[in-house]
Design a protein around this ligand. Structure first.
Ligand SMILES: [Zn+2]
Length: 219
C-alpha cells in the first residue's frame, strides 16, 4: 500500500511538472520572441525600393518590409526636406517640388531605421516628329557655331526644340538615351525636334522619325 502511494505521488508529481513546464513554454515563448523581434540584433526594416522617382503633385505609398519585426511595431516617418516631399504618418509620400528628399522610417523606441531617397521630378511624355540637322549653312544658315543656349552643340547630346514647349536646359530621354534641349530652329515648332549631328551626311541619313520623348522640366 505504501509502495503504491509513493508510486502514485511520483506519477502526479511528474504530471504536474510536465503541465507546469508546458505552461511556462506557452507563456515564455511569445514573450522572448517579441523581445527578440523588436529589439534583437536580427530585426530590421527595409524599403522595397531604395530610391523612387515621383512626379510633382503625385503621391505614393512607400512599401516597408518589417523583417522579423512584431506586427504591432510602431513606425515613425520623417522627411529630410518637407518642401520637396512630405510623408504622412502611414508612409504615404507627396511630391511637392523638383528636388530630392530622404524619407526615414524609424521603429519607435528603437534605433532601427530605413531610408528611401525620393527624387521629385516634373516630366511629360510627348510623341514628336524628329529630324536631323548639323551646323552647315544648309541646315543652320550662316554663322551658327554655337547653339541658342550658348553651348557648343554635341552629337548624342544636343536637341533643338520649340522653347515655348520645352525650355532650354531640359533633359530629354529618347529611345533610352539622354539628350538636352540646347538649341532652337525656325522650323522647329510645337511637337517637332531636331537632332544634332556633327556631319551633314549623318543628319540627312537620320531622316524623319516619329518618336516618344520624355521631358524632365527643371522645375
Ligand atoms: Zn547640315
Amino acid at each position: 500500500m505504501l509502495k503504491y502511494c509513493i508510486e502514485k505521488n511520483r506519477k502526479s508529481f511528474l504530471s504536474l511538472l510536465l503541465v507546469l513546464s508546458m505552461a511556462f513554454a506557452m507563456f515564455a515563448l511569445p514573450v522572448t520572441a517579441f523581445a527578440s523581434e523588436s529589439e534583437g540584433a536580427g530585426a530590421k526594416i527595409s524599403f522595397s525600393d531604395e530610391s523612387i522617382e515621383l512626379n510633382k503633385k503625385k503621391s505614393k505609398q512607400l512599401s516597408l518590409n518589417k523583417n522579423g519585426m512584431a506586427d504591432d511595431a510602431v513606425i515613425s516617418w520623417k522627411s529630410s526636406n518637407k518642401k520637396v516631399a512630405s510623408v504622412s504618418s502611414s508612409g504615404k509620400v507627396k511630391a511637392k517640388k523638383v528636388g530630392t528628399a530622404k524619407i526615414t522610417a524609424t521603429v519607435k523606441g528603437t534605433d532601427i531605421k530605413a531610408t528611401c531617397k525620393v527624387k521629385v521630378v516634373h516630366t511629360k511624355t510627348f510623341r514628336v516628329r524628329a529630324t536631323g540637322y548639323c551646323n552647315c549653312r544648309r541646315c543652320s544658315g550662316p554663322g551658327h557655331p554655337r547653339t541658342a543656349s550658348g553651348r557648343r552643340p554635341k552629337q548624342g547630346r544636343t536637341l533643338a526644340v520649340d522653347r515655348r514647349k520645352i525650355p532650354l536646359g531640359s533633359k530629354i530621354i529618347m529611345k533610352g538615351k539622354t539628350y538636352y534641349a540646347e538649341d532652337t530652329g525656325s522650323a522647329i515648332r510645337g511637337n517637332k525636334i531636331d537632332v544634332y549631328f556633327k556631319s551633314h551626311g549623318r543628319a540627312r541619313r537620320y531622316g524623319v522619325k516619329r518618336v516618344t520623348i520624355k521631358v524632365y522640366y527643371k522645375k
